[in-house]
Design a protein around this ligand. Sequence first.
Ligand code: NDP
Ligand code: DGY
Length: 328
Amino acid sequence: MTCMNHRPIVLITRRIPTSLLNRIESDCQVRYWDSDETMPRAELLRQATGVTGIYCLITDLIDGGVLDAAGPTLRVVSTMSVGIDHIDVAACKGRGVAVGHTPDVLTETTADLALALILATARRLPEAMAAVKEGSWGTWHPFWMTGSDLYGSTVGIVGLGRIGVAVARRLLGFGCNILYTGRQPNERNAATAQASFRTLEDLLAESDIVTVHCPLTAETRHLIDAPALRKMKRAALLINTSRGPVVDQEALYAALVDGTIAGAGLDVTTPEPLPPGHPLLTLPNCVVLPHIGSATVATRHRMATIAADNLVAGVLGRPLPFAVATRL
Ligand code: NDP
Ligand code: DGY
């Protein structure tokens, strides 16, 4: 039982379920940003001072500035996400600060969304629904609102990790031929996914649909740029449910306008939220979702719980249930 006066101080940067807040409070003194909005940077820096743990979200930049503000008491940064591109993990490691995240529990939910986005883009669902509502649905027409088939298509997965494999398992049910690329072949995942390794160039050239599932790193920023888009088939679709900056969005806009590729489905953009007047939103061949890959009630609760578990373990000096691997 922790002595009440010596409980470590933690900062929670967003409103979380009360049951989790209570759990954290039984071990920690909590500084709580009791809001559904992002904590302003100045407030984050102010409230990070002297904390032992930080519970954060993808919208909080945890860089050297925040680590400096927290100072030598900081033991753990726990994010309610699997993605960690908003955290300077190397700087954390350098200071002996553990980093926790929420893998696995969101894998299937995010893969479901990726499939929904692939189908919505290939079969033009947003356009078709808009046509019904605005009254442009006329008589049945042989070639009106025609899209492309998912079944039997060749799908290229960029990043055959947890979510990439879960997407592949679903695609096998659609009779797809599955290719993948990564920093190196991953035979175990490839066997589960029944996928064949290709270089990025070959994957882009051979795929009818390219779906991106790698993390955002220095290496993957703008991995899909203008030359990459030019390697794709003109009838191909690009789907991105990883992070917006993996795709060069200006190059994508140009490619969608000039017919370099046929369409795109994006759950992630640069910036987020994408402003309502953004040029991408004027294109009928671009489906944009508001970063909802993991957004089911059950999954978000599991993510919040794991983030709390990582936080408490870290401040108590125990191994994190889900620590970020240090090989990045
Ligand atoms: P994993 O770490 O399990 O998978 C990532 C895969 O990407 C690994 O196979 C890795 O392979 C590969 N990879 C790494 N670098 C490259 C590269 N340069 N080129 C190609 N592939 C590469 O992560 P998850 O599957 O759990 O999550 C993936 C990402 O999805 C997260 O980082 C996050 O950004 C995003 N995400 C988005 C969500 C949403 O709401 N839209 C929800 C959840 C996640 P290796 O390391 O062997 O090279
Ligand atoms: C993640 O976990 O990285 C997602 O982007 C949000 O679920």
